[in-house]
Design a protein around this ligand. Structure first.
Ligand code: NAI
Ligand code: MG
Length: 501
């Protein structure tokens, strides 16, 4: 398939958007990169170029940060009354809703994912989350605190706290849920009164840039949101060391997360890190397999396994092993593979050649280390980055495929013998993002949930995300939360005020 064939049914709006090179948004203006450079964004279903995008680097980041700084310090956003700030955010959510089909198509084109899923999941949650956060500005409050002050017994004091925006925020996001990550980052920052420089992933810049257009249409004051597409080691890195940036919020690999924490330390930036995972899905001996088998399959195959909390290590008791493996293989072998722009295709390409090569390398490594190849394992087609849903059976903790994040449609199935050992097997990883347990026994839930070292634990489901539920990792999966009211807290400082009468 060629890109012309893949894109022939796209809407007028998407065609229009990809008909000319996309630019950088700084201070309410769209411009080319200062260097004049561009990079290609690729259609993963065909490997062909969709459109050229301005390649921002440290010079553009500096301009963007200065615009955000001025917008913060001069107060058109941080000083705006909260009701008005809410209204802008609702306007943005309304515009995203009006353009939801366009955003979903653009996402499917740029990332490769299924367009109907993008509409129902990525884009809908992105909209809902902006709305959820739009409700907060009028509800951000501090406390009044009863002071004692033992060394000033004769004076009277009133103590209270003010919640204030952290300031200028640099946000660096990945390619697996580009529009959703954009919303996860922008929502709480804007609600808190921060101004933003956002750098989308170089693989998938398009939906963030489209949302940038909507932000301009919504009439946000200039400089409140700046969007600079570009590479991580140039544009991204420049953001992490810029003196005028107060906070960095990052979603991406643990490897880059560590670099960013170190880079941000020099200027003591506030940092939030949502990193990789190797999340366990644990089928308990009493599980309802009618639910657990399709559940475990979607835990890993959703979004081609390019999900930070994907259920990539599946634990199955000996007693159920053959039945689960057989059921899983049936699901894997029946999934339709093809371009995400056809909503019937439930297995879509990986995002890039780099990811394709990585994942194929892991499949080879798993087989070489003695895993059973139960299903999949191959490339599909000779164009685009398609990999069959893959099941590796009889894996163990020593294998590289079990220890490292694969970030592809590859599940490693491990047997266990004793329910008392399963939590410690599940915790045997440097990561701690998500986990699921599958059981009908409430006693199992009460016993096992507290033992799991992970930021989200699902029972009889996996990958369920909701705007009210905080999301983020334990251990090397990072710190700080996206979504829920905890996401807002990450963009607020607390000022203690003491008045002496
Ligand atoms: P990455 O962590 O390199 O990319 C994420 C973002 O960080 C992108 O916007 C990138 O431009 C930026 N970035 C890269 N280097 C940077 C630097 N030195 N300073 C500042 N920003 C920088 O992830 P990549 O290379 O795309 O994927 C590699 C692996 O990372 C995947 O195979 C997967 O295991 C993991 N990953 C995890 C994600 C998650 O949601 N937790 C998302 C994407 C990747
Ligand atoms: Mg792309």
């Amino acid at each position: 398939m060629t890109i012309a064939e893949n894109t022939e049914n796209l809407s007028e709006k998407v065609r229009d958007f990809i008909s000319s090179p996309r630019k950088i948004l700084i201070n309410g203006q769209w411009s080319d990169a200062a260097s004049g450079k561009t990079f290609d964004t690729i259609d993963p279903a065909t490997g062909e170029v969709i459109v050229k995008v301005a390649e921002g680097d440290s010079v553009d980041i500096d301009r963007a940060v200065k615009a955000a700084r001025a917008a913060f310090d001069d107060g058109p956003w941080s000083g705006m009354n909260p009701t008005t700030r809410e209204r802008y955010m609702h306007r943005l959510a309304d515009l995203m809703e009006e353009n939801a089909d366009t955003l979903a198509e653009l996402e499917a084109l740029d990332n490769g994912k299924n367009v109907a899923v993008a509409r129902a999941v990525d884009i809908q949650i992105a909209i809902d989350f902006i709305r959820y956060m739009a409700g907060w500005p009028t509800k951000i409050t501090g406390d009044i605190l009863p002071m004692s002050v033992p060394y000033a017994p004769d004076a009277k004091f009133m103590g209270y706290t003010l919640k204030e925006p952290v300031g200028v925020v640099g946000q660096i996001i990945p390619w697996n849920f580009p529009a959703l990550m954009c919303s996860w980052k922008l929502g709480p920052a804007l609600a808190a009164g921060c101004t933003v420089v956002l750098k989308p992933a170089e693989e998938t810049p398009l939906t963030a840039l489209y949302i940038g257009e909507l932000i301009c249409q919504a009439g946000f004051p200039e400089g409140v949101v700046n969007i600079v597409p570009g590479y991580g080691h140039t544009a991204g890195a420049a953001l992490t060391v810029h003196e005028q940036v107060d906070k960095i919020s990052f979603t991406g690999s643990t490897e880059v997360g560590k670099l960013i924490v170190k880079a941000a330390a020099d200027t003591m930036k506030n940092v939030t890190m949502e990193l990789g995972g190797k999340s366990p899905a644990i089928i308990l001996p009493d599980a309802d397999l009618e639910i657990a088998i399709p559940g475990a399959a979607s835990a890993i195959f959703f979004n081609q396994g390019q999900v930070c909390c994907a259920g990539s290590r599946l634990f199955v008791p000996d007693s159920l092993y053959d039945q689960v493996i057989e059921g899983l293989a049936e699901v894997a072998n029946s999934m339709k593979i093809g371009s995400g722009l056809n909503p019937e295709n439930m297995v879509n390409p990986l995002v890039s050649q780099v990811q394709f090569d990585r994942v194929m390398g892991y499949i080879k490594s798993g087989c070489a280390e003695g895993a059973d190849l139960i299903a999949g394992g191959n490339r599909r087609g000779d164009k685009g980055y398609f990999i069959e849903p893959t099941i590796l059976g009889n894996t163990n903790r020593e294998m590289k495929v079990v220890r490292e994040e694969i970030f592809g449609p590859v599940v490693c199935v491990q047997r266990y013998h004793d329910i008392d050992e399963v939590a410690s097997l599940a915790n045997d990883t440097i990561y701690g993002l998500g986990a699921s347990i599958w059981t009908r026994d409430v006693g199992n839930i009460i016993n096992i949930v507290p033992k799991i070292r992970a930021g989200s634990v699902w029972v009889n489901c996996h990958n369920i995300l909701d705007v009210v539920m905080p999301f983020g990792g334990y251990k090397q999966s990072g710190f700080g939360k996206d979504m829920g009211k905890e996401a807002l807290a990450a963009y607020l400082e607390t000022k203690s005020v003491c008045i002496m009468a």
